[in-house]
Design a protein around this ligand. Sequence first.
Ligand code: FAD
Ligand code: NAP
Length: 338
Amino acid sequence: MPTIHYNYAIKHLNSFGIDVNAKLFTEVRTEEELKTLFSSAVVKENQLLVLGGGSNMLFTKDYEGLIIKVSIKGIDVKDDEHHVYVTAGAGEVWHDFVKYCVAKQYCGLENLTLIPGTVGASPVQNIGAYGVEIKDVFESCVAFDTQTNQLVTFSNKDCEFAYRDSLFKSKAKGRFIITHVTFKLAKTPTLKIHYGVIKEELAAEGILAPSIRDVSDVVAKIRVNKLPEPKTIGNAGSFFKNPVVSQSVFNKLKEKFDDIANYPLADGSVKLAAGWLIEKCGFKGVVDGNTGTWKNQALVLVNYGEATGLEVYNFSEKVINTVQNTFGVTLEREVNIF
Ligand code: FAD
Ligand code: NAP
């Protein structure tokens, strides 16, 4: 049975660096430990929250239940003629896992370099960056069903992946604890370098025929220059999702805001850049008490010091209301609020 800690400080376990406690806290390192934990009373008597790296969470108060940190490790590789099937434990650190795959020349994860968090959380919001989403390389995952206490395997289709969303973040939120994820990666590189800044940075560095490592290095460079490092400035990455609007709504916005950043989607709708909307409302790099937005990307809300989660949350309300009043567009939080 994994050790249960009482009134456990989790400031170092959330990338916003919010100083809160969990009433109960435990860490599981194997599927067997999970099963044992779920046969105990502590699970039945408390509300539960699964924690990976805490990089997509905002705690607005102490957590009055049991936090289960998933620290299942290990990497296993199988292959066929064209692909490698790499299975990683949910507790593997995402960026270390990407580095491992890049070093082995397994192609598919390089655009997702330097995303904080764990492998187990990667399917939850179908992590994505620079034109690639996890669904593009996700083969399957194994998860512990907290309702039946059984391990279940999910295929790509089962996960109902959508833009920064999946079954695990929507209708089955909180039900499954992902223990292992398998990625289908290519032996022959088919790089995705169409995304603007990647193309520009490769060109600036004079790289005409990039390797998997080149793409990973370029992404790392872009991110380090643009995004705040959570260990120095607490944050959880993009605080809001990019809103998607219909073509007719977009046309009206375009009449009023000629330079509005937009990306047409295959179904005819239009993705707006939430960061652009927030910046246009005058929020880029603002400091509001202990919180505010990042100087290089207004979409990232930050903890400038000793912010409470409630302060950050209230500031996010202010941003939502201002964007709504200015553009008539409703921003939805991407970060999980507890
Ligand atoms: P946590 O924050 O611990 O948890 C997130 C959610 O997943 C919670 O609901 C939690 O209950 C659930 N969860 C966690 N582990 C499991 C598990 N094993 N089984 C079931 N549920 C689980 N995201 C992107 O998509 N793209 C980016 O480019 C990106 N860049 C970022 C940059 C910065 C600087 C930061 C701070 C964040 C960024 N993020 C990005 C957000 C974040 O890194 C990802 O969402 C990441 O996948 C979260 O992983 P985590 O382990 O920290 O999850
Ligand atoms: P950016 O390059 O400044 O672009 C702003 C927005 O425009 C992005 O959100 C992106 O949407 C969209 N965009 C830009 N070029 C695009 C293209 N060629 N095709 C489609 N959409 C395009 O964004 P950024 O803030 O520096 O982030 C870079 C990448 O890392 C983005 O993909 C972003 O999602 C990801 N990121 C995510 C988080 C997070 O916490 N979720 C944090 C940091 C960075 P998309 O977001 O849909 O790509």
